[in-house]
Each structure stands twice: as C-alpha cells, then as structure tokens.
Design a binder for this molecule. Structure first.
Ligand code: FES
Ligand code: FES
Length: 205
C-alpha cells in the first residue's frame, strides 16, 4: 500500500467513525426525548405551550407567556400596552380593566393562557384608526372627568363594556354598572358626569 492509499483509508475510517458516533448520539437523544425515565415526555399532562397568539386591539400578536402570567403583565410588559394600569394587582380597584370578548375583566386576575382565541381590547384600541375618539373617551375629554387620571383607562373600559349591554342607563344604573372600579381621588361625581355624557354620545353615533 502506498503512502497516499494509506492516508485515504485512514481518512475514510475517520469519517465513518464520525458518522457512526453522530448517528448514535442522535438516536440516543431521540430515545431520551421519548423516555419517561427522565420525566420529559413530549406532552406532559398540564404542560402549556409558552409561545401563543393573542388577538389584541384587532391584531394577532405572538408572545412568549409563562404559565402563571396574568393578562395585565403580558399587556404591559410584553406587548408595551401600558395604558392598562396596575393598582392593587388583586381584583379590588379595576385600574387594569380591559374587554375580553366585549366583557370588562380585571386583567390582573386573568391568566393570559385562558384568553387564547378571544378578542382583547385595551384603552389603546378604542379610538378609530383615523384617530377619532371612542364616545366614552370623548365624554371624558368633554367633561374633564378625572383628577390624576390613573384610574381613567379602567373606568373607560368598564363603562364601554357596560354601555354595550345598557346603552341608555339612568345615573344610578351607570353608577352600579361601573362600581367595580375605584378612584383614589374620589372624583366619582365628575366621572359619572363624563360617563353619562358618553352614553348620550354613543346613542347619537
Ligand atoms: S389592578 Fe386589577 S383590580 Fe386592581
Ligand atoms: S382620578 Fe385619580 S385615581 Fe381616579
């Protein structure tokens, strides 16, 4: 055997060895993936896919969501929709209210994974594409209904949802309808003026 032939043979052996090792490693990985010994079955009961699509303000948004993540956290810190406020973070103040399939919900107490396939609307999605304010937003602007306005997005979303079910409320009905929202500035009278005006604007539009 010449020196060149010997080099060719040992090179061929080397390549064969690499391919054989790669095949062994790859099949081992395959076996381990399917094995319950490591506790990593492909679909564990209760496992949740983290990358999901949410319909927010008419747009499909892909987002990586932890199993225990609330909708408020996803909206504010993953999707940058900071109009949704976090006050108490435990279903008491209503600052985080958004619409889920037209129903006002406290987003601090809704798991993001539970609203897959539903339509979510935040304060950023209320105005028309041409910038025309929603009647409830316009009512707030016209009546100057808030002081610091931290609670305002939550009130606007709650009133928007309520007025869809009762477009011609009395003041008492409206007050009851948005009673799940609190205002630390206690500006309730002005807030109700703004929302009553908003209901008028909605009926006219
Ligand atoms: S922040 Fe959600 S109810 Fe207060
Ligand atoms: S206007 Fe300040 S919390 Fe409502």
């Amino acid at each position: 055997m010449t020196e060149d032939t010997q080099r060719d043979v040992s090179r061929r052996n080397f390549i064969k060895g690499v391919i054989a090792t790669g095949a062994a490693v790859s099949s081992a990985a395959y076996v381990f993936r399917g094995s319950s010994l490591l506790g990593q079955q492909p679909s564990m009961p209760g496992s949740v896919e983290r990358l999901l699509t949410l319909n927010v303000n008419g747009q499909d948004r892909r987002v990586d969501v932890m199993k225990q993540e609330t909708l408020a956290m996803t909206l504010r810190y993953k999707l940058g929709l900071t109009g949704t406020k976090l006050g108490c973070d435990r279903s008491e103040c209503g600052a985080c209210t958004v619409l889920v399939d037209d129903v006002p919900r406290y987003s601090c107490s809704v798991l993001t994974h539970s609203v897959r396939g539903k339509k979510i609307v935040t304060i950023e999605g209320l105005a028309s594409a041409d910038g025309t304010l929603h009647p409830v937003q316009q009512g707030v602007v016209s009546e100057q209904g808030f002081q610091c306005a931290f609670c305002m997005p939550g009130f606007v979303m709650a009133a928007t949802g309520f007025l869809k079910t009762n477009p011609n409320p009395t003041r008492a009905e409206l007050a009851h309808g948005i009673s799940g929202n609190l205002c630390r500035c206690a500006d309730y009278n002005k807030i109700l003026n703004a929302m009553m005006h908003a209901s008028e604007l909605m009926r006219r539009s």
